[in-house]
Design a protein around this ligand. Structure first.
Ligand SMILES: *Cc1c(COP(=O)(O)O)cnc(C)c1O
Length: 225
């Protein structure tokens, strides 16, 4: 199926208040342009260099989502260019983002990545560490947490649903409280093979790559792992 057919199909599946991030990692600029010309404005990338190259060659009204593992020494390249960082996964990274965005008087919008499946190979913080992590967020000046994100373990529909439900409970609990620098607006979960279940369980932002652009044939897997 073409990018156009894929995009139309997904948009038909989801309601208007859901944000669809088109995950374009490893895909050529031409593919992003096709999606852009069909009205797509939210794009997700997971490598800093690739993101910078694409950001420079595409229209400025694109909202870029950084969804990959982010090294602290590369944070500076995202300042002023990225709309939302989904992969905030350590206090060290939080402090670096706060520092680099402050240098240019910018605000960083971020999601806390939760390692809901407690997988050693994946990034994100554990549930029991959220509270202390929040204390650090409250001490920031240039970071605003807009919600939470997860990459769930590989599994069947039932297992996927279990983890999405867990995320929704965390999201709802955080929504009830009031913290400095934190508002719960975005629950980022669901990808090509599980976004329907994620939406049923309360996701309001899905990140879809292969389901839009087709299979990635190079090392374009989950480099967030
Ligand atoms: C690659 C990636 C996606 C998209 O995965 P697909 O299976 O291609 O939809 C979503 N989120 C993250 C963090 C990714 O790295």
């Amino acid at each position: 199926m073409s990018i156009e057919e894929n995009l139309n199909k997904i948009k038909n599946d989801i309601s208007k208040d859901i944000t669809l991030v088109a995950v374009s990692k490893t895909k050529p600029i031409e593919d992003l342009k096709i999606a852009y010309n069909l009205g797509q404005r939210d794009f997700g990338e997971n490598k800093v260099q690739e993101f910078i190259d694409k950001e420079e060659s595409l229209p400025k009204d694109i909202r870029w989502h950084f969804i990959g593992n982010l090294q602290t020494n590369k944070v500076k390249y995202l300042v002023g260019k990225v709309n939302l960082i989904h992969s905030l996964s350590s206090i060290k990274l939080l402090k670096k983002i706060d520092e680099e965005f402050a240098k240019k008087d910018c605000i960083a919008n971020v999601l806390i990545q939760i390692n809901i499946g407690r997988e050693e190979t994946k990034g994100g913080i554990f549930e029991e560490d959220i509270e202390s992590f929040i204390n650090e967020v409250e001490a920031c000046n240039n970071c605003k947490v807009k919600g939470i994100m997860t990459i769930i373990p590989k599994g069947n529909d039932e297992e996927n649903r279990y983890y999405f439900k867990k995320m929704k409970i965390i999201y709802d609990n955080l929504s009830k409280k009031s913290y400095k620098n934190i508002t719960m607006e975005i629950l980022s979960m669901g990808m090509t093979h599980d976004y329907k279940i994620a939406l049923e369980e309360g996701s309001n932002l899905i990140r879809v790559g292969e389901g839009i652009f087709g299979k990635r044939n190079i090392i374009g897997g989950l480099t967030n792992e």
